[in-house]
Write a protein that binds this ligand. Structure first.
Ligand code: PBG
Length: 343
């Protein structure tokens, strides 16, 4: 019988770094991480993104280097966003065979193959990152919306769901032709996964996976992303992206995408939606991704730059929290740096 009367002492397992490492329930691994990358058409030097310190709009040449770095760091994937030189009302550059995103996909595939080929003779080497592409029109439209606009019941401009689906299908096929391993519809149109799956299969791309941005909320945390893609968005996305008040609806969105054939599902943003992430992880038998978005990145960078928080510890804690909440795959702008820290 203990003289103190305290039987359980959880502090025992926290006493040393050795014990803490042994009993850690979750660990970050570079292969879980996906690095989002921006590539801009028609620039000859990378352009820093002011609201995302450390991130840039890449040229096609520096994109190649960034993907090679991601490969050498052992990252699980790269998610590509294209910024076209010319935008129009329907975002036609999104599906052009030689559009910026398709070129970026080809460049990324080449960079991955080149690094994989560096493996020592006789060894299998390490697989490079999976090449993923954002399948959405907002980077390509002059109005900045994720789809095709029509005039709504009150005379306002609204995104036409079904007209947009046709565009997503064509865009996904163009991305698959360029060599994307994974297409990632992020526009929150109803039925987008089914239409894309059909179009890919019809075009002979049964092997290309769909990562569905299933529970994507209308969020101010996408703010810095607008600068990253030079978006001129007028208004907001509340008629298609979800309301922050709703958790159950996020689970339903994930269920619908699974029923439509999504190979992986995503919750986005991550930090303010960890309950939704946990809920989706609990009911999904497919891999679950979470996107730590531009504003989440910017907040930690800004606080750290002011000396208000410890940057590295805060970054690691924010990402570990996402993992703990059930993410198998985490999209984060810190992917390269985290891989460096944890290797
Ligand atoms: C849509 C898209 C957005 C982001 C990823 N895909 C912008 C939006 O929906 O408004 C945001 C990512 C981030 O903020 O880091 N193409």
């Amino acid at each position: 019988m203990s003289t103190s009367g305290i039987v359980y002492r959880p502090r025992r397992l926290r006493a040393t770094p050795r014990l803490r490492r042994l009993v850690a329930e979750h660990r970050l691994h570079p292969a879980d991480l996906v690095l989002p990358l921006f590539v801009k058409e028609g620039i000859d030097a990378p352009v820093p993104i002011t609201s995302m310190p450390g991130q840039v709009q890449h040229t096609e040449a520096t994109l190649r280097d960034a993907v090679a770095d991601a490969a050498r760091a052992g990252l699980g994937g790269v998610m590509l966003f294209g910024i076209p030189a010319v935008r129009d009302a329907t975002g036609s550059a999104a599906e052009a065979p030689d559009g910026i995103l398709q070129r970026a996909i080809r460049t990324a595939r080449e960079a991955v193959a080149a690094v994989e080929a560096e493996a020592a003779p006789g060894t299998a080497g390490r697989p490079g990152p999976v090449v993923m592409a954002d399948t959405c029109l907002d980077e390509f439209t002059d109005h900045g919306h994720c789809g095709v606009l029509v005039t709504g019941p009150d005379g306002e401009q609204v995104v036409d769901n079904d007209a947009t689906l046709e565009r997503y299908a064509a865009m996904a096929v163009a991305q698959a032709k360029a060599g994307a391993d994974v297409v990632a519809p992020s526009g929150m149109m109803d039925g987008q996964v089914a239409v894309i799956r059909d179009a890919l299969d019809d075009a002979g791309f049964e092997h290309v996976s769909v990562l569905a941005y299933s529970a994507k909320y209308a969020s101010p945390f996408y703010g810095p992303f607008r600068e990253a893609v030079d978006s001129a968005l007028q208004g907001d996305r509340r008629t298609y992206q979800m309301d922050a008040a709703n958790a159950r609806e996020g689970l339903r969105e994930a269920d619908l995408d699974l029923a439509e054939g999504a190979d992986m599902v995503m919750v986005k943003p991550a930090g303010s939606y960890l309950d939704v992430l946990r809920g989706v992880a609990d009911r999904s038998d497919v891999p679950v991704a979470a996107y730590q978005v531009s504003g989440e990145y910017a907040m930690i960078e800004a606080a750290a730059a002011n000396g208000w928080i410890d940057r590295k510890a805060s970054v690691l804690e924010s990402v570990l929290g996402i993992k703990r909440a059930g993410a198998d795959i985490i999209l984060t702008y810190w992917a390269l740096e985290i891989a460096e820290w944890i290797k």
